[in-house]
Write a protein that binds this ligand. Structure first.
Ligand SMILES: [Zn+2]
Length: 491
């Protein structure tokens, strides 16, 4: 055990064993203090700059409710007057936002709640006049403990000592970030190999946070799809294997990644480019309510080059609040929820498309499990007799060749075998490329539904999912109290 002193000489005694370990330091629990933990930096990170940044941060006096939204530094730790770390509230439920994106355990109702609570948490930071900066999903925790009803789906921002903090006379930068969540103006600045530590200010701004928030909300409302994700149209409908064996194989089958499209200003859910479509696991953009679509267009198209046009957190809060009672439950799959203006369930459409995709494209023996996993038993399979008969034709022709070989001289057999081996190699290569090009898409969907089959039964037994479609806002307290938002949204 070690004893450290805070800025006002309060003592903190740490337990020996650390409970968390990061690149910059470790987290320790405290003796006789179950509400807070200590972060002790490694030697090289105990800098004056960091100490000053934390001194700026602890001047903000956050309420208990706000501290649930943002794990904000509470005191600074010294060992013999040497800066070593800081004190912060303990966070007991540390599930990442990614878990909500990627699991069918959480339907649209839960995801709207998470989106709402994410906005509340970020608003707490913005209302202090500060900027989060690195809003990657690993820094965003969601309480997924169904036994903790009061805080279920509440969002908490962590790693706040890396936030972009501005004091009266200087800026303490956020020096890290993930490309998929970086606003285009930042991506442009970083193009020449510069980094967030060295490029000219401004780097992170309230507007770059607004870009990242919109990305997260899109993920949540659009079945876990990034707003700038896309797919090659021919990945879905392969009709000619030759297109995969050219010299430009990678270019021909791999769609641009989200980070490329952000840099390029291409929002594939609204803008069209030849040969490019949305990922197979994404619902159509039109499946979103009109007002929500307009907000995304404002942020990703109008706000692309004019960051001030991006949708504010308050606008998102109002919009998300307004759509919670516009949700229907699917008649065919009780786990599907969708916006009521849709004539049919977009998630059933996705299941149907994925089934159809697998049936049109013979993936060989390793695929049926995946196919089962992404199938929805309540959806009639889209039988495609053509692909089956094509497959049989291939077999028949190979058998025919075998029989024919009995009456052909040895040299001709060898030539034919050589040709066959060459052809097979080409096909196998092509399929590998093809598998690879779709691996990301398929994997996401497979994992997605595996979670449903493995976990959802317990989930429902715990009454995590209620039959009532509407989210109950009666207990919610959404009020503006100076800069404090207190929100208790529950299902
Ligand atoms: Zn459905």
């Amino acid at each position: 055990m070690s004893v450290y002193f805070g800025i006002k000489k309060k003592s903190y005694e740490t337990h020996e064993d650390r409970i968390g370990n990061g690149g910059e330091g470790s987290i320790y629990t405290l003796v006789n203090n179950k509400e807070q933990v200590a972060k002790l930096y490694k030697e090289q990170y105990r800098t004056k700059n960091r100490e000053e940044k934390l001194l700026t941060m602890i001047q903000y006096n956050l309420s208990d409710e706000q501290l649930k939204q943002v794990v904000w530094p509470q005191d600074i730790l010294y060992d013999n007057n040497q800066f070593v770390g800081y004190i912060m509230p303990i966070l007991k439920n540390t599930s990442s936002l990614i878990e909500v994106y990627s699991s069918s355990l959480f339907d649209l109702r839960h995801r709207i709640l998470v989106a709402y609570n994410l906005c509340i948490a970020i608003n707490t930071v913005h209302n202090m006049g500060q900027v989060c900066g690195d809003l990657n999903p690993l820094n965003i925790c969601v309480n997924l403990d169904e036994n903790d009803k009061d805080n279920l789906f509440k969002v908490t921002l962590i790693d706040t000592d890396s936030f972009h903090i501005t004091a009266s006379n200087r800026t303490y930068r956020c020096e890290v970030g993930l490309g998929d969540y970086l606003a285009p103006e930042l991506q442009r600045k970083l193009k020449n190999g510069d980094n967030l530590k060295t490029i000219e200010l401004p780097t992170y701004t309230k507007e770059t946070d607004l870009f990242a928030v919109a990305v997260h909300i899109f993920y949540l409302l659009m079945n876990g799809c990034h707003p700038y994700a896309c797919a090659k149209e021919n990945n879905r409908m392969v009709s000619n294997i030759d297109q995969f064996v050219g010299t430009n194989v990678n270019q021909s089958v791999v769609a641009p990644q989200p980070i490329d499209n952000i840099g390029d200003g291409f929002f594939p859910f609204v803008e069209k480019r030849e040969g490019i479509t949305i990922p197979i696991y994404a619902p159509e953009f039109e499946s979103l309510p009109l007002n929500i679509r307009k907000l995304f267009i404002r942020t990703f198209i109008e706000g692309y080059s004019e960051p001030k046009k991006r949708v504010s957190i308050d606008e998102w809060i109002t919009a998300l609040y307004g759509i919670v009672n516009s949700i229907s439950r699917c008649n065919y799959n009780s786990r599907h929820y969708y916006f009521s203006h849709n004539n049919q369930c977009p998630l059933c459409e996705i299941d149907k498309n994925i089934n159809s995709f697998f049936e049109k494209n013979d993936f060989g023996s390793s695929v049926p499990n995946n196919n089962d996993a992404v199938s929805d038993n309540t959806v009639a399979p889209d039988n495609n007799s053509n692909s089956t008969s094509e497959s049989n034709d291939d077999q028949n022709s190979q058998e025919g060749l075998s029989l024919g070989c009995e009456i052909i001289i040895l040299a001709i057999i060898l030539i034919i075998m050589t040709i066959l081996i060459y052809s097979c190699t080409q096909v196998v290569n092509a399929e590998n490329v093809y598998d690879y090009s779709n691996a990301e898409v398929i994997k996401q969907d497979v994992n997605y539904d595996e979670n449903v089959y493995d976990i959802n039964i317990d989930f429902e037994e715990n009454e995590y999912i209620e039959d009532d479609v509407n989210i109950d806002f009666e207990e919610s307290e959404y009020k503006e109290d100076d800069v404090i938002y207190v929100v208790n949204l529950r299902l």
